[in-house]
Design a protein around this ligand. Structure first.
Ligand SMILES: C[S@@+](CC[C@H](N)C(=O)[O-])C[C@H]1O[C@@H](n2cnc3c(N)ncnc32)[C@H](O)[C@@H]1O
Length: 302
């Protein structure tokens, strides 16, 4: 299924690959970097801990979980705002600006969906003060009936997938408070901001963050899968050699359709790093599959 929120880092096309690798755990699905939620919603787990530092994502999904945000309410909202958008000056841009300014004051989850679905290229980006920072897609008829129905259906589907508390628990914390919650029975899927790539208010990511993530995942008793990038036409992700080559790695070419700058639009080789054997995976096409023996690793690092 496809969630109602959009973002440039959305893993929709990679979900089958991730789930093919993921062993069926007895315990919970733990996702410290939830983003749009597409991986968790397709994971099939009855118990989950889902987290993101972006409060708008968590408020939206908690609102659905608690029955405060519903498909009929979303339809009503989108019909109303869509009508105003279609009639607004500057080819709809006047109303987009109005909703954006309102969101940046009040942070309504409905306005969050409006902006996510009427913003340029389905991108999500927040400025220095945490303000929504994406221009209009320039389609005044964006919320025509078919599109409104599509979004409403996505809200309806998500509301059936999200389990009530305490089976599914949402948090708005740093990943470092979430990973230690995992037990041996759980599986952790991490999709952090990619080091050296896209940055915004909720997506700062330094080598220290990567090191902390590495330390926490090295210590966990749970199984984990980490999404990261392996290389592109220009360069390699230096974090692989620095940290992740101690674990098993599988790779796959992936094309990101949206993104601000030209480099982010090109094909990138995606990697899944895991702390268990990846023998079941068919789709693997670059780099090494087995972890580097530690003797060889220390030679490579010197
Ligand atoms: C690459 S996106 C995840 C995309 C997601 N897998 C999807 O398919 O939509 C990374 C997410 O991590 C969140 N994030 C960034 N820094 C974080 C941190 N320190 N702790 C927890 N979440 C963080 C961002 O807000 C963003 O939603």
């Amino acid at each position: 299924m496809v969630p109602p929120i959009k973002s440039q880092g959305i893993k929709t096309k990679l979900v089958p690959w991730i789930m093919e690798l993921a062993p069926k755990a007895e315990g919970k699905w733990i996702e410290p970097f939830l983003g749009t939620g597409v991986v968790a919603f397709n994971s099939g787990y009855e118990k989950a801990i889902l987290n993101d530092t972006n409060p708008h994502i968590i408020t939206f999904y908690k609102g659905i979980q608690q029955g405060e945000i519903t498909a009929p309410l979303m339809r009503h909202y989108l019909e109303q705002e869509g009508e105003l958008l279609s009639k607004a000056g500057d080819n709809g841009y006047d109303h987009y600006r109005k909703v954006r300014a309102r969101f940046n004051q009040e942070f309504s989850p409905y306005d969050f969906i409006f902006l996510s679905r009427a913003g340029f290229n389905g991108m999500m980006r927040f400025g220095k003060k945490g303000n929504w920072n994406i221009p209009f897609c320039k389609k005044p008829d964006r919320f025509a009936q078919a599109y409104t129905t599509k979004i409403t259906n996505q809200v309806s589907t998500v509301s059936k997938i999200i389990q009530p508390e305490p089976n599914w628990i949402f948090h708005n914390k740093s990943f470092s408070e979430i990973i230690p919650l995992a037990t041996e029975q759980d599986i952790i899927y991490c999709d952090p901001p990619y080091y050296g790539r896209y940055v915004d208010y909720y997506n700062g990511w330094t080598e220290q963050d990567e090191r902390l993530l590495f330390n926490l995942l090295s210590e966990t008793k749970a199984k984990f899968i980490l999404s990261t990038w392996h290389h592109n036409d220009w360069r390699e992700n230096e974090m692989i050699a620095k940290f992740w080559s101690k674990f098993n790695i599988v790779t796959k070419d992936h094309f990101y359709h949206s993104g601000g700058n030209i480099e982010n639009r090109r094909t990138i080789v995606e990697a899944l790093v895991c702390n268990f054997n990846a023998d079941n995976i068919q789709d693997h096409n670059h780099g090494q599959k087995e972890k580097v023996p530690s003797a060889q690793l220390s030679l490579e690092l010197t």
